[in-house]
Design a protein around this ligand. Structure first.
Ligand code: NAI
Length: 252
């Protein structure tokens, strides 16, 4: 097998959550550009359809579906429809995630009244855990249901740098949710290896996307994050595509 053929995903099928924007959209583009057939899913159904239509116009075989990753019944329906359309499921990206709002510091390094552990809104904790942690569980559960009988597959979660290090300007629930994803992936990789299924996480540092209302586009916030990155700049979503293709393909 040539080294390039190891990265070949032509004819494979991939489903991406949170694919209407940012990192999830980059995963979907990487899969489509690699020749895979892709379902773009998002709670933002219009956004997913808009991006799918654009990719179809570029000649790719893609479809779109509304999927709120907190909704288990919707998950089952969307995964079944994907498998029916594309004859199975080879690759899944459990990517949808939100930013819970202010952390205990603001970007200037001052204490943030609403981001303290005792003042942080509990509804934000619950919502962040439901999407960023339980949402990944829901997505991987459906993927396992379809991939185990096939005896093959690649599951990829988007965790975060924040799974390993504390970021005081990020809201409370984000770090424990992402650390939970990272450990779920380790556990699941052990469990599903016997079925030929690989399970990995991509742990991005800061990327310019629409997360948190696009707060990383703000020059002051961006400068604070640029300063924290050894390369001196935060990343663009184009730069995550190679890693996504690597983990999705046999090269992974
Ligand atoms: P984004 O906001 O640009 O895209 C996230 C997408 O998820 C949006 O299209 C949104 O509609 C969708 N979404 C939100 N709630 C959903 C739900 N309940 N069900 C389904 N879809 C839902 O954000 P970004 O940055 O692309 O985030 C993608 C993933 O990357 C998230 O898990 C995030 O935590 C993670 N990440 C992002 C980093 C960054 O610096 N942008 C750094 C590390 C991790």
């Amino acid at each position: 097998m040539s080294v390039l053929s190891q990265f070949d995903v032509r004819g494979r099928s991939a489903l991406v959550t949170g694919a209407a924007s940012g990192i999830g959209l980059a995963y979907a583009e990487a899969m489509a550009e690699g020749g895979a057939r892709v379902t773009l899913t998002d709670i933002d159904a219009e956004g997913a359809e808009r991006e799918a239509a654009r990719l179809r116009d570029e000649g790719h075989e893609v479809r779109a579906a509304r999927l709120d990753v907190t909704d288990r019944a919707e998950h089952t329906a969307v995964f079944d429809a994907h498998a029916a359309a594309y004859g199975g499921l080879d690759i899944v990206f459990a990517n949808a995630g939100i930013d819970p709002g202010a952390g205990f510091w603001n970007p200037a390094g001052h204490r943030n009244p609403e981001g303290q552990f005792d003042t942080f809104a509990v509804e934000r904790w619950d919502r962040t855990m439901a999407i960023n942690l339980t949402g990944v569980f829901n997505t991987f559960r459906e993927a396992a249901r379809l991939m185990k009988p096939q005896g093959r597959g690649s599951m990829i979660a988007t965790s975060s740098n924040a799974a390993e290090i504390c970021e005081p300007i990020v809201g409370q629930a984000y770090m424990p949710a992402k650390a939970g994803v990272a450990h779920m992936v380790r556990h699941l990789a052990l469990e599903l290896a016997a079925y030929g299924i690989r399970v990995n996480a991509i742990a991005p540092g800061p990327f310019v996307t629409n997360i948190g209302g696009g707060w990383l586009r703000d020059p002051q916030v961006r400068a604070a994050w640029d300063h924290l990155v050894p390369l001196g700049r935060i990343a663009d979503t184009e730069q995550i595509k190679g890693l996504a293709l690597y983990l999705a393909s046999d090269a992974g």
